[in-house]
Ligand binder design. Structure first.
Ligand SMILES: [Zn+2]
Ligand SMILES: [Zn+2]
Length: 355
């Protein structure tokens, strides 16, 4: 038996002893080292996640899709050279033979599993997990377990930077100072873009060197009292592209209103209620809008950026706790002694209190 986190109902999760996974043909068994907790996991825990309402996911479930680990054993049809390799993997597991999968768009396969999110494929919040070898990504020695579990969010961020389609020296505005916003900022800076952030965690963003971080409460359109210092007010500049990495319903429309005509807006944030945009704004400004679902096509580049030292995602990790504290983290509490970063990681192999 092994320990795993099981979410049993909205707001209810517990560590359970469950049977050790056995590798089916095409799968490997991974010793899990780190698992990042993200907004999707929180929504699966609270019951807000849309897949729970559409029937694509149901309780009980085991979350965990931002992970790193070491391959322990392999199933039939998988090369033994995988054993002992340090890995992470794609969240999006396609059927492998539909029209979309064959065209390289497995992340939108209608039959796909999303590890720890959709369609009953148990996630990484356990001591070990079974995972399809075809969706593994090896980690170089220079990418440790902490960074390895940041590859998945960084893959999403990489896709945002790619979709913004900017040349070095052009100006990118990122809405949101959470994990995806900050990783997008880091990758964009590494590409030579002028990066601005609009959000709430300005002090932390500035500590990462993003001096051009602006307070979302300074926007003239908000009804919040104007208590912000002038230095945190979003300047009036030409935004060559805008990425929305927030969960606020008003932000997609704001992104379209701010971007330069003829350029691109990238949507990766999801709000809990419909975010309305007036398509006349997009048409009359000739704006291209792009939606990003998942990290798949960005994973290899994210690993390469980490390995080359182009960016270091580890300052974003505020704390690492054991499985016993996962339910508290999912319900929104910050572990004692947590740093200022937005990401909490779980090490499923340490017991309560880090012992
Ligand atoms: Zn995530
Ligand atoms: Zn498919």
């Amino acid at each position: 038996m092994m320990r795993a986190l099981v979410v049993t109902a909205p707001g209810k999760a517990e560590v359970r002893e469950v049977p050790m996974p056995i590798a089916a043909p095409g799968q490997v068994i991974v010793d899990v080292e780190r698992v990042g907790v993200c907004g999707t996991d929180v929504e699966l825990f609270t019951g807000e996640m849309s897949y729970l309402h559409s029937g694509a996911s149901s309780y009980p479930l085991r979350p965990g899709h931002e992970w790193s680990g070491t391959v322990r054993s392999v199933g039939a049809g998988v090369g033994e050279s995988w054993i002992g390799r340090r890995v992470t993997g794609d969240t999006m597991i396609g059927c492998g033979d539909c029209r979309r999968c064959l065209a390289g768009r497995h992340h939108v396969c209608p039959e796909r599993h999303e590890l720890g999110i959709r369609d009953g494929l148990p996630g990484a919040l356990a001591e070990r997990m079974a995972f399809p070898a075809a969706y593994l990504h090896p980690l170089p020695d220079s990418v440790d377990a902490v960074a390895g579990a940041m590859v998945e969010p960084a893959g999403n961020a990489q896709r945002c930077v790619d979709a913004a389609d900017l040349a070095a020296g052009e100006r990118l505005l990122i809405l949101g100072t959470g994990t995806i916003g900050l990783l997008t900022a880091m990758l964009a800076r590494a590409r030579g873009l002028e990066v601005h952030l609009l959000g709430q965690e300005l002090e932390f963003a500035r500590s990462l060197g993003f001096s051009q971080s602006w307070d979302v409460a300074s926007l003239p359109s908000t009804t919040l009292p104007s208590t912000t210092l002038p230095s945190t007010t979003l300047p009036t500049l030409s935004w060559d592209a805008v990425v929305d990495a927030t969960n606020a319903p008003s932000m997609p429309g704001l992104a379209i209103s701010l971007v330069e005509p003829g350029r691109r807006v990238v949507h990766i944030g999801l709000s809990g209620t419909p975010s309305m945009i007036d398509t006349r704004d997009a048409v009359l400004k000739d704006v291209t809008t792009v939606g990003i679902l998942g990290a798949s096509a960005g994973l290899a580049d994210a690993i390469a950026a980490f390995a080359a030292g182009a960016i270091d995602p580890r300052p974003l990790v505020a704390a690492t706790v054991g499985l016993e504290e996962a339910a508290a983290v999912l319900s929104g509490s910050r572990p004692a002694g947590a740093g200022p970063g937005p990401k909490i990681q779980i090490n499923p192999r340490i017991a309560y209190g880090g012992r």
